[in-house]
Structure formats: structure tokens, C-alpha cells
Design a binder for this molecule. Structure first.
Ligand code: ZN
Length: 392
């Protein structure tokens, strides 16, 4: 169901040319969206929502919505962003859900996320009319006991979770502290940056960094360590992140009739993948069928999903269709991957991940290892047939 936001919103303006988000609010009209983010405020027994949560969270979400719109526009996708449903009066729709367990009994580890998620899923199954999309943001109020308080929020899950994510609420979680040089301002950057980052995961985004030169030009990638900089210093979304967002259900423009995340989709196909190390350049060539976009990520081991904040991302622009396949060529300047020590030293190994993004929102990954000390004399790595796996 399309639920359209019509009010003006606060936008993170581009205050310094190409740089990512600064903190100057400007009024801008949000785009119309076909789907909206499910925003669920989850409170266990014996606790209450933090006062003013509808106003505070509504304003924060509109700011993040505008940040994503700004970054999509910068990357050539137009003023597209995730939809937010509205209640009567123009407030952002936030669905209050009471948990079955005591609020302080859920904890904050993976088990807690799983338990809360199961209750949210049961609620959504019982209320399909309130389900706006496949993507859900769960907000839980901070604990106020033990090590936790509104001044030191925590004790509840804070992470991405499939097409959902968990963030927290506390009394000073308020846009009016944005950019302040105060404890409240610093806390806001951490928790608002965290919200925007976890929401990125909920919208199909993996971690990524960018070539070093982009740091001077644009700032810190939100899906790298930008959760600690958003609202304070320039923070942005990489082209690789925006490629994934362009195919995310939540950013579908009004009227879009794509079937998102189908259960039985044919995976894209890669062919003629070839890497060649020549001097300080890694040349990557490939042909691809069935993908709307292709991203490359270069990273050092370990490769786990929380060890990949430093995965340097590249867009692999696809040429016109030829015999069903589209060709891409990317030149990676090794000197520009300064976050990866193994690349600089040319010892050990690195990995090149190829991620194919399908129009239906599913994305597929495969990995090629680059053994720096054992490269063939001609520097060419031709891995042969590669299997793409759906998911992160
Ligand atoms: Zn993350």
C-alpha cells in the first residue's frame, strides 16, 4: 500500500559543495514512495515509552529520510528515499507494541534481538493491514537501571537484523541537539548515526569503506564508521550503497509494480571474470547477466560481517547489453586502498568480492582471493566459473 508523506521535512543540507551531510536544516519536500518503513516502538512489561517519543523520533526519522534522499540524488538516482507512513495530523506513524516479557528481561545480545523480532513478526502477521513493507525498524527505550540511564543509554538490542534493525530511545534523543558541542550533541551523533547505519543494514546494505581520496572529497561512509560522524562531520553514502538502495523495496517510487524479494529468483550470472595486477593498479574485468548493478569490495582477512567496515567499495558500471551479458571494467588504484595494510605491504592476501544487485532487491556475492606473494608472472587471476550466493 502506498502511504505518502506530504509534510515538509528537515533536510541535512549539503553545506560544503560535494561533501556529505552537514547539519544545516532546510525545508524540502519528501518524494512519494510506494512502500513505507514499519516503525515499531517496542516496550516490555514494567516500562513506559520515553515521553515525547512520537515527536522526537518522527523528526529524527524525517532527517534520516532526507539524508538518504540527498545521497541518492548525489549519486545520480534522483531524490529517492525510504517512505514513512503518516498518521492523521501529519505525524510519522509509529506503532506501539507491548512486549510479553519484562522490559529488562530481554537483554541486548543476539538472543534478545531474536526474541523481540519473533514478537514483532507475530504482531505483523496478526495485523497485515499495518504492514507497510518488508522492512521494519524496531525502537526500544533504554534500560534505566544498573549501568544504564538516559545519560548512558543501552541494555537493549542495537543491530541490523535481516530486513529489520534495532535502535534505542532515550530522553535526549532529540534533533535539537544536532551538532551541539555538548554531551547531548555527542550522544546524538552516536545514536542518530547508529540509527541511520542500522537502518542501512535493514535496507540491504553491507558495511563498506571507500577509496582514500573520497574521504577528502566527501567525508566518512555511513556504512563504514559514519555512524560515529553523522551530524558532526561530513558523512555520505557510497555509490555501492546507493546501487543497493536503488533496488530496495523501500525506495520504490510511487506506482512501482516490481515484485521484490521473490522466493524463487534466478541468480545473476558472471562470466569471464579476470583480475590483473599491473604495477599499482588492479584491473578487474567481468561480464554479467541479470544484474542491475555490480559492486566490488576489496578487503583483507578476516572477512566476517563485522570485520568488513574497511571493505573498500567500487561501482562497476555496466556497459550496454551484448548477447545477454553486460561488460564492466574497473581499475582499482592500490595506493588508494590505504585502510588495507596487506595491500600496502603486498604480503598475505586480500579478497575481491563481487556483488550483483538484481532489480528485485536481492543481491548475490562471490569472492576471489588475491595472493599477493604468489601472483602468476603475468599478474593475471582468472578464477573460472564463480558461484553467486544470495545474501549479505
Ligand atoms: Zn553495521
Amino acid at each position: 500500500m502506498a502511504v505518502l508523506a506530504s509534510a515538509l521535512l528537515l533536510s541535512p543540507a549539503t553545506a560544503a559543495g560535494e561533501k556529505g551531510s552537514a547539519v544545516v536544516p532546510v525545508a524540502q519536500e519528501p518524494p512519494q514512495a510506494q512502500y513505507c518503513l514499519n516503525v515499531v516502538y517496542f516496550v516490555g512489561q514494567g516500562a513506559e515509552p520515553v515521553p515525547g517519543y512520537r515527536e522526537r523520533l518522527g523528526a529524527l526519522l524525517r532527517w534520516v529520510q532526507a539524508f538518504y534522499a540527498q545521497e541518492m540524488e548525489h549519486n545520480g538516482f534522483g531524490h529517492r528515499t525510504f517512505g514513512l507512513a503518516e498518521e492523521a495530523g501529519g505525524m510519522v506513524e509509529i506503532q506501539l507494541l507491548r512486549g510479553r516479557k519484562a522490559h529488562n528481561a530481554y537483554g541486548c545480545g543476539p538472543d534478545a534481538a531474536e526474541t523481540v523480532w519473533a514478537e514483532v513478526q507475530a504482531y505483523q502477521a496478526a495485523h497485515p493491514e499495518k504492514c507497510r513493507s518488508a522492512h521494519t525498524l524496531v525502537v526500544m527505550p533504554t534500560l534505566t537501571e544498573g549501568a544504564f540511564s538516559h545519560a548512558r543509554p543501552g541494555g537493549v538490542p542495537f543491530c541490523g537484523y535481516g530486513r529489520g534493525c534495532f535502535v534505542l530511545d532515550y530522553a535526549q534523543f532529540d534533533l535539537r541537539h544536532l551538532g551541539e558541542r555538548s554531551d547531548e550533541g555527542r550522544a546524538l551523533t552516536k545514536w542518530l548515526g547508529g540509527l541511520a547505519h542500522e537502518l542501512g543494514h535493514a535496507m540491504n546494505l553491507p558495511h563498506n569503506d571507500a577509496p582514500a581520496g573520497d574521504f577528502d572529497r566527501r567525508g566518512t561512509p555511513l556504512m563504514g564508521t559514519g555512524n560515529y560522524t553523522l551530524g558532526t562531520t561530513p558523512t555520505y553514502l557510497t555509490k555501492a550503497s546507493c546501487n543497493l538502495l536503488a533496488c530496495c523495496q523501500l525506495l520504490a517510487p510511487a506506482g512501482d509494480d516490481t515484485v521484490y524479494y521473490p522466493e524463487h529468483a534466478a541468480a545473476p550470472e558472471l562470466a569471464d571474470v579476470r583480475l590483473r595486477v599491473q604495477g599499482d593498479t588492479l584491473h578487474v574485468g567481468l561480464r554479467c547477466r541479470g544484474a542491475a548493478y555490480v559492486n566490488l569490495y576489496v578487503q583483507d582477512p578476516p572477512y566476517g560481517c563485522n570485520d568488513d567496515y574497511d571493505a573498500v567499495s567500487y561501482d562497476a558500471p555496466l556497459a550496454e547489453d551484448r548477447d545477454g551479458y553486460r561488460r564492466a571494467e574497473v581499475q582499482v588504484d592500490l595506493a588508494d586502498i590505504t585502510t588495507l595494510p596487506h595491500v600496502e605491504e603486498r604480503c598475505g592476501e586480500s579478497a575481491l568480492d563481487i556483488v550483483c544487485v538484481a532489480r528485485d532487491g536481492l543481491h548475490y556475492r562471490t569472492r576471489i582471493t588475491i595472493p599477493w606473494q604468489q601472483l602468476p608472472p603475468d599478474g593475471v587471476i582468472a578464477p573460472g566459473p564463480l558461484q553467486l550466493q544470495e545474501g549479505y
